[in-house]
Design a protein around this ligand. Structure first.
Ligand code: ADP
Ligand code: MG
Length: 238
């Protein structure tokens, strides 16, 4: 059974059709990377899966359950954005536990979760700092910590590394890959970086203008693109 399934999903903003009938089935534990030109609808598609936008037509299933009308907090999903949106006046610890506090989770459980996640992400020494005292890479780790602490089954990443410099991007890419291998969660990950897509993905979905042109493993996308668009965007040189 697939973990995330989209059935003829459409999204209009006013009169503009932005997602034009997408079918997509993502297996549990898969790392799906979504690529495509700016404005093709990648962020919108993630927002529809997360429930941050409502779909105009079609169905979305998560873990077998139809979630068209399910609010984001009940979808068992966590999202990490390009801009980390940490609370500037809160410490790293309180940024991570913020959601737990509002859900009334006991202090001891919060502490245990922070200990586990800060070890995983190697941010133990940063817990009492404020976001302004962190580097870009450290902030990105904290943002991931805040997503992980919710223990979702599905992670959505929207260009999480695009604000980082090249060296850090490579380092974080490796860490995200390791994290996926350790936790085995389902990930949908948007990037405009072809190398990131090739190294992270179990399958790549190439999007163009509200459609998915091809959904296949990186080798197939690279060596056997279905059309000139995919070839030009991701394929090997002719
Ligand atoms: P991508 O992430 O691939 O760059 P987006 O999903 O952000 O693309 O946007 C796809 C299209 O939908 C763009 O043309 C964008 O202008 C439009 N769009 C996105 N969000 C909204 C919105 N809230 N209202 C109106 N148009 C939007
Ligand atoms: Mg986007």
């Amino acid at each position: 059974m697939s973990d995330i399934r989209l059935e003829m999903v459409k999204k209009n903003f006013g009169a503009t059709e932005v997602i034009k009938g997408i079918d997509l089935a993502i297996d549990p534990g898969e790392f799906v990377v979504l690529v495509g030109p700016s404005g093709c609808g990648k962020s919108t598609l993630l927002n529809l899966i997360a429930g941050l936008e409502t779909i105009t037509e079609g169905n979305i299933y998560i873990g077998g359950k139809r979630v068209n009308d399910t609010p984001p907090r009940d979808r068992n999903i966590a999202m990490v954005f390009q801009s980390y949106a940490l609370y500037p006046t809160k410490t790293v610890r309180n940024n991570i536990t913020f959601g737990m506090v509002s859900r009334g989770i006991p202090k001891a459980d919060q502490d245990a979760a922070v200990a586990e996640i800060s070890t995983l992400l190697q941010i133990e020494r940063l817990l009492s700092r404020k976001p302004g005292q962190l580097s870009g890479g450290q902030r990105q780790r904290v943002a991931m910590g805040r997503a992980l602490v919710r223990k979702p089954d599905v992670f959505l990443f929207d260009e999480p590394l695009s604000n980082l410099d090249a060296k850090l991007r490579i380092e974080m890419r490796t860490e995200i890959k390791k994290l996926h291998q350790r936790l085995g969660k389902t990930i949908v990950y948007v990037t405009h970086d072809q190398i990131e897509a090739m190294t992270l993905a179990s399958r790549i979905a190439v999007m163009d203008n509200g459609h998915i042109r091809q959904f296949a493993d990186p080798k197939t996308i690279y060596e056997d693109p279905v059309d000139l668009f995919v070839a030009g965007f991701m394929g090997s040189p002719p």
